[in-house]
Ligand binder design. Structure first.
Ligand SMILES: [Zn+2]
Length: 58
């Protein structure tokens, strides 16, 4: 399953942001449902992410 990764804006840690279905366009899915979303890295830094912050590593 493709994964969209995001990078912590505080410490630079890369972690998984979203998991998407293979038969859908990940960016469209993100755009439709998860823009401007808060994510917390494993160190507890909370940052807000927009579509451009997601990296498609699939
Ligand atoms: Zn962090």
């Amino acid at each position: 399953m493709p994964t969209l990764m995001i990078k912590c804006k505080t410490c630079g840690e890369v972690f998984g942001g979203l998991y998407v279905d293979e038969d859908s366009n990940p960016k469209l899915r993100v755009s439709a449902t998860n823009t401007n979303t808060l994510h917390m890295c494993s160190r507890g830094h909370n940052n807000e992410y927009v579509l451009e912050d997601y990296m498609d590593w699939s």
